[in-house]
Design a protein around this ligand. Structure first.
Ligand SMILES: C[S@@+](CC[C@H](N)C(=O)[O-])C[C@H]1O[C@@H](n2cnc3c(N)ncnc32)[C@H](O)[C@@H]1O
Length: 263
């Protein structure tokens, strides 16, 4: 708990990022990673390896943009630093741990940036009237050699809706935010790497004494029509092993990795 509290208060945030709960969310990720280092290792390594394997396709004269850097747990910093034009990492939250990890890499910049373009409009809205997100998500200005969306697509709606979304308004908002992210990626004129979970499985062991093993609930975390076809790689991320959210419940995510070209 202390570790999570310190992670949260020492994080820098983009405007309204803290009000939206994103510093707390990142602190929660730091805590879960600490508790489940072994269970998370495969996912973090797979993400880093997939990114590293694509970097040769990036234009060496243009910097790489990585979206969703967060705690830089799954970000191959040394490989990005070795890209001749360097890399810009963005996230709504810039944790102290990432500031320390990025410090040795002179070719890497980190920018606090709202990748939905909706935090201020939503959290700063005092009118009571409904507000809508941009149809195409913003990205930092620049001529990018490659754009990497790094385990963030399913997380973008969390500042505005529950997980899973509750009711029609939240369901619609979730879909619009994820579509806006994908439209932004598809419009880019460079190779795109997308790594995202797309399905969440919650399994509860209901005990042999009552009879029948386990009860599994499956929730779509990124709709198939948004994704660029079959993933080049996929794996399971046991994000919450038994004990994390309940004694008999475990949560795992199906994660996919894609490489595609922008327009
Ligand atoms: C699952 S984490 C990604 C893991 C991250 N690459 C790491 O190694 O810690 C999702 C990230 O999305 C970021 N995020 C969520 N909403 C955002 C927004 N509106 N703008 C920018 N980043 C956002 C969170 O702050 C978080 O760091």
């Amino acid at each position: 708990m202390l570790h999570e509290f310190l992670t949260s208060i020492s994080s820098r945030c983009c405007p309204y990022g803290r009000q939206a709960g994103l510093a707390a969310e990142v602190a929660g990720i730091a805590g879960r990673r600490k508790r489940h280092k072994g269970a998370w290792a495969h996912h973090l390594t797979n993400t880093q390896d997939f990114i590293k394997a694509q970097l040769a396709l990036a234009d060496p004269e243009k910097p790489i943009l990585l979206l969703g850097a967060g705690l830089c747990l799954d970000v191959p910093l040394a490989a990005l630093n070795a890209h001749p034009a360097g890399a810009t990492l963005i996230d709504a939250v810039y944790p102290l741990a990432s500031r320390m990890k990025c410090r040795p890499f002179k070719n890497i910049r980190f920018q606090c940036f709202d990748a939905t373009g909706f935090l201020e409009k939503f959290w700063g809205n005092s009118t009571g009237n409904p507000v809508t997100p941009p149809a195409i998500a913003p990205i930092p200005a620049g001529d990018w050699g490659m754009i990497i969306s790094c385990n963030m697509l399913s997380q973008l709606p969390l500042s505005f809706a529950g997980s899973p979304p509750d009711g029609d308004i939240e369901i619609k908002l979730t879909a619009v935010l994820q579509l806006a992210h994908m439209k932004m990626l598809r419009q880019a004129k460079c190779p795109i790497v997308l790594i995202s979970d797309y399905e969440r499985q919650e399994t509860t062991d209901i005990g042999s004494d009552i009879g029948s093993g386990a009860d599994t609930v499956t929730i779509v975390s990124a709709a198939p029509h948004l994704l660029p076809g079959e993933p080049a790689k996929e794996w399971i991320w046991p994000i919450a092993p038994k004990g994390e959210i309940g004694p008999n419940t475990e949560v795992s995510l199906k994660v996919g990795a894609w490489l595609f070209s922008g327009s």
